[in-house]
Design a binder for this molecule. Sequence first.
Ligand code: MRU
Length: 352
Amino acid sequence: MADGNLTLKWEEGCLVLIDQRKLPLTESYVRCCDEKSVARAIRDMVVRGAPAIGVCAAYGLALAAKNYQGRSKDEFLSVIRKAASLLSQARPTAVNLFWALDRMEVLVDQNIQAPVAKIQALLEAEAKKMEAEDVHINRQIGKNGAEALAACPKEKLQLLTHCNAGALATAGYGTALGVVRSLHAQHRVKKVFVDETRPYLQGARLTAWELYKEGIPAWVITDNMAAHFMSLGKIDAVVVGADRIAKNGDTANKIGTLGLSVLARNWEIPFFVAAPLSTLDGALCHGKDIPIEQRDPREVREVMGKTIIPDSIQVKNPSFDVTGHADITGIITEAGVAYPPYEKTIDKLKGS
Ligand code: MRU
C-alpha cells in the first residue's frame, strides 16, 4: 500500500480506482474508461485527496484523447478542451486538479503540430509520469518531514493528523502520512492520534485503515477530543496535508484543520503542513481567495443513512477551512521545508 497502485491503477487502457466511499468495509473497484467517468469519480469521492485528484484528472484527459477516433486536429483539440473543462469542474478546492490539467494542456500546445496519434501517446505517457512522480515526491516529503521533526526533543513522537493525507490521497505513500511512514521506518513513532474527521470520516475510515495495515500504532479520536489530549501533553506535533496553499502560506485543508492549528498555537505544539509544490497556488496571495467547496448537507444531516436532524433545521457543510500562515510552523515539500516568512521561502523552494 505504501507505494501505491491501490488508489489508482492504469489497467488495459482504463483507470481503475479503489472505491474510497466504501472503505474500510468493502474493497471494491471502479473502472473509468472515459473522461466523464473520471470526473464523476472525483466529484462523488470514489477518489479524493489533492494529489490523487490531480493524477486522476490527468488520466481523464488522456482517456478523452485516446478515445478520439477521427483524424481532424481541430476536432481533436476541441475534444481535449471540453474534457479539460468537464474535469476542472469536478471539485473546486484542490489546486492539484487544475495544475495537472494545465500541465497536460501545455503538453498539447507544445506538440500542436504533431499528428493526433502522437499527441494521444504523449498524453498517456504524461499521466503515467505524473503518477510515478507523485510517489517519488511523497517519499521525499516523508524524508524532509522526518528531518524537520528531529528538532522535537523526544525520541519517539506522538503525532496528530487530520483527514487522510496518506497513500489513498495520493498515487502512493502519502504526504502527511508519508512523514509518519518515514518516521515509523526510523522507529520514531510512538503513536498517531487520528482525528475521526466529521462528516466524511476520512480519518476513521481511511487513515486508521492505512495505519492498521502497516502496523503503525494509532488511536482514533473524535475531532472534539484534540484539545483534551493536547492539554494533557500527549501531542508532540501536528502534521496535516493541504489542498491549496496561497503565496503567504495560508493553507486550505479539510474542515477542522483551522481549529487544530489554533489549539496547537495555544499549547505551543509544532504544526506542520506536508504537501507537494504542486499544491502551492502562485496565483493567490491570501488564503481568503481560496474557493471552499460546499458539500451536500446530507453528509451532516444523516448518520449511517438515517436522518438525525429535523428537515426544517438548516445544515452547513463547508468541506475545507483555511489555516492562517501565522499558525503554521513549517510547510514540508519535496524540495525542503519552508519556514516563515512564506512569501520568500516558498518562492525559494520553487526555484530550487
Ligand atoms: O475531501 P477530501 O477527502 O478530498 O479532502 C482531502 C484533504 O483535505 C487532504 O488533507 C488533502 O487533500 C491532502 S491529501 C495528501
